[in-house]
Design a protein around this ligand. Structure first.
Ligand code: FAD
Length: 385
């Protein structure tokens, strides 16, 4: 067992950190305040290869694995979770679904420009009436000469307004329940495809979260992703990787909040001492650091399993759910304690912990709530389907 990162992985971390601190940090509060999607960052992320970390070079990617991908998401999110989730939805949901389930032609046509970052992707599973119960999808895809006609609406799609390519799930055969749901690749200019309401959110405000609608949207047969009826089952496998992204997002934000709290504890004086000399503050920092370390181990272990799975096809559902559940809940606790360490100033926008406090909450909700993670973990433990 070797827990050390390779020289290349450490170099990647330094590079992403330098980029995030230099080019993202100065703007985060301004983007957050007005809920502005940072479009200008996308070409820079592409140039650094950060929009295709996990894909082979043949398909436009960096040819690296989940460990490197987690490093990138962690470091981006340490500075801004909005950028972290933008990259995560593009990579581990949209592009990865096409990479895993797509034909060679679909990989060449879509994965290549997505992984190179010439195009941005989104992934639409959730609907207004089908959230945790995503199998309750109502968007329909009716077979028509030469393709399918999609009608319905998706909600909470990350990158919905800015994506060039959308992977969406729709019902092709209602009688087959979960096995009657298929996945489709929709290009943004397809008539009948339209991003709708943008959510005005508590946190991650610079990331775009939107409704996307399909109104007699004709999709050619060649854009069916995987076989008909396999869209939902494939989505569950895609979420195994997606949940590691959310764990990495949580880890990065927890680390950012923790570091801000340590810095403040060494500066702020009360009763003639820096507050870091009070045992109450020391214990908080010790608990925060310990919990972050445990979350880091679970997250990188899940990433390691994901990389192994790419070689031998083994599943890592339980570990990805555990990492997501634990890291998400740790991030919420750590950000809460960070605000407490800042006292009244933690409640203001003059310091970064207020934003972390708002942003981290998504980690116990997105890609399956904490309750659903527990449910999936328990099912695996009890050997239930
Ligand atoms: C910022 C953001 C970005 C997102 N990005 C995407 C995206 O890119 N693509 C996408 O498809 N979706 C996305 N989502 C949707 C997200 O995955 C869903 O919000 C999430 O799965 C929960 O669904 P819901 O909101 O409908 O909650 P509900 O399912 O309505 O849940 C409400 C509450 O009931 C609980 N609950 C529900 N069922 C059970 C049960 N069986 N047992 C116990 N408790 C239960 C839940 O845990 C929760 O506490 C995003 C959401 C947000 C907020």
């Amino acid at each position: 067992m070797d827990f050390t990162f390779t020289d290349e992985q450490q170099q990647l971390r330094r590079t992403v950190r330098e980029f995030a601190e230099g080019e993202i940090a100065p703007h985060v509060m301004e983007w957050d305040e007005v809920s502005r999607f940072p479009s200008e960052v996308i070409p820079k992320l592409a140039e650094m290869g950060l929009l295709g970390v996990i894909f082979p070079e043949k398909y436009g990617g960096a040819g690296l694995g989940y460990i490197e991908y987690v490093i990138a998401i962690e470091e981006l999110s340490r500075v801004d979770g909005s950028v972290g989730i933008t990259v995560a939805a593009h990579t581990s949901l949209c592009t990865n679904h096409i990479f895993k389930a797509g034909s060679e032609a679909q990989r060449m046509k879509y994965v290549v420009p997505l992984a190179q970052g010439q195009k941005l992707g989104c992934w639409s599973l959730t609907e207004p009436e089908a959230g945790s119960d995503a199998g309750g999808t109502r968007t329909i895809a009716e077979k028509n000469s030469g393709g399918y006609v999609l009608n319905g609406a998706k909600t909470f799609t990350t990158n919905g307004h800015y994506a060039d390519v959308c992977v969406a799930m729709a019902v092709t055969d209602k009688s087959k329940a979960h096995h009657g749901i298929s996945a489709f690749i929709i290009e943004k200019d397809t008539p009948g495809f339209k991003p709708g309401k943008k959510e005005n959110k508590l946190g991650l405000r610079a990331s775009d979260t939107s409704e996307v609608t399909f109104s007699d949207c004709r999709v050619p047969s060649e854009n069916l992703l995987g076989r008909e009826g396999e869209g939902f089952v494939n989505s569950l496998q895609i979420l195994d990787g997606g949940r590691i992204s959310i764990a990495a997002l949580a880890l990065g934000m927890a680390q950012g909040a923790y570091e801000a709290a340590v810095k403040y504890a060494k500066q702020r004086k009360q009763f003639g001492k820096v507050i870091g000399e009070f045992q109450a503050i020391q214990f908080k920092l010790a608990d925060m650091a310990t919990q972050i370390e445990a979350a880091r181990l679970l997250t990188y272990h899940a990433a390691w399993l994901a990389d192994r799975s790419a070689q031998d096809g083994s599943r890592y559902t339980t570990q990805s759910c555990m990492a997501k559940l634990f890291a998400g809940e740790v991030a919420v606790r750590v950000a809460n304690e960070a605000v407490q360490i800042f006292g009244g100033y933690g409640f203001t926008k003059d310091y970064p912990v207020e934003k972390f406090y708002r942003d981290v909450k998504l980690c116990t909700i997105g890609e399956g709530t904490s309750e659903i993670q527990r449910l999936v973990i328990a099912r695996q433990l009890l050997g239930k389907k």
